[in-house]
Design a binder for this molecule. Structure first.
Ligand code: AQP
Length: 331
């Protein structure tokens, strides 16, 4: 039986963080043994918000290195850079004819970016979900491992795929956001304001490159409060986030102890944060060391990048052929 196809990408807009890891990369590593995987560094996407390209090349290498350090095996997957696969741009063009200004303007992530960069509301920003759809459909993928922030973009990708199929005939299977276990993951920023992110709120985001001291400092500063006043209370978002992180990096009985303390109103957040900081430092340490070593080996990274692009182009050109036949552009 043919393996199901998986696609996902990460923008080279800075250092990777826990949100990228638990929302996306952790799934990549598990999926590489079960599926036919295409993972890419989304350099075109980064231009919508980061037009200055001075740091881009370094960031591209770092994202590749951090992915490999987290366990991605370039022999098992196609690991490539988006701009090496020109077929994506051609599909983006076709899909843009099927995407409407009104629906794109309503996308919450577009509205957020307009608020953040009012002087650079470019067409690429508006059509971000269309390019993302092209990234996915160019390999006819059905599973897309992403964090919760991307859920709506996936819904749009399905709409565009259905619209294409309806107009030109059945060409694309429908893609769905994917996470092992239950729902999609959202790692909040440690100050409780929005999600952890590469470009904003850097002291409230834990990066895979942070050293032990910095990790301790950031976690000890995480927002808490006076603690619950009644047994078995609901947790505020920012407290829930600390438990989410503990669930991800600490031992089961450590988590249980603090869950019980919270439910009995005995929790001491200082102690919880100290424990979390130590467990987090232990978790990040090997990734950081490995990523730094890989990043220095540019020759190997170039080879990986080129081989990945070849695999991705082979799949993309096949799909493009199908697309052109469906559209009647096969002269
Ligand atoms: N906080 C998060 N929690 C869970 N998943 C997250 N992802 C990002 N932040 C979180 C997931 O990581 C993958 C790659 O994200 P991206 O770099 O393509 O998207 P982004 O939203 O631009 O990431 P950042 O870190 O917020 O970057 P900036 O600050 O540059 O905009 C995606 O699967 C995403 O869901």
């Amino acid at each position: 039986m043919e393996k199901e196809i998986v696609v996902s990408g990460i923008r080279p807009t800075g250092y990777l963080h826990l949100g990228n890891y638990f929302g996306a990369m952790r799934n990549y590593v598990r999926m590489q043994d079960e599926y036919n995987c295409y993972f890419f560094v989304a350099d075109w996407h980064s231009l919508t918000t980061h037009p200055d390209t001075k740091e881009l090349k370094n960031s591209v290498y770092r994202v590749l290195a951090e992915n490999i350090a987290c366990g991605l095996d370039p022999e098992k997957v196609a690991l490539y850079v988006q701009s090496d696969v020109k077929e994506i741009a051609e599909l983006y063009l076709y899909l843009n004819m099927l995407a409407y200004k009104g629906e794109l303007e309503k996308v919450p992530t577009f509205k957020d970016k307009v608020r953040l960069q009012p002087d650079n509301v470019n067409a690429g920003l508006l059509t971000y979900p269309v390019l993302m759809t092209a990234d996915i459909l160019i390999h006819r993928a059905t599973k897309v491992p992403v964090g919760k922030d991307q859920e709506q973009h996936l819904e749009m990708a399905r709409n565009f795929a259905e619209r294409f199929n309806h107009r030109y005939g059945e060409t694309f299977p429908l893609p769905y956001a994917f996470n092992y276990n239950t729902g999609l993951v959202k790692i909040m920023s440690l100050d409780g304001n929005g999600k952890m992110s590469k470009s904003e709120n850097q002291m409230a985001t834990i990066f895979l490159s942070d050293d032990d001291e910095l990790i301790r400092k950031k976690i000890m500063k995480a927002k808490t409060d006076a603690g619950p006043q009644e047994n078995n209370s609901d947790k505020p978002d920012y407290i829930d986030n600390l438990f989410t992180l503990m669930n991800l990096v600490s031992k089961e009985d450590t988590l249980k102890k603090f869950e019980d303390d919270f439910n009995n109103c005995n929790i001491r957040y200082g102690d919880m944060k100290k424990q979390l900081a130590e467990d987090m430092a232990l978790f990040i340490h090997p990734i950081r060391e490995k990523a730094a070593a890989i990043q220095n080996d540019k020759v190997s990274l170039d080879k990986i990048m080129h081989e990945g692009a070849e695999k991705a182009r082979a799949s993309a050109s096949k799909t493009l052929q199908l697309i052109k036949e469906s559209m009647g552009l096969n002269y």
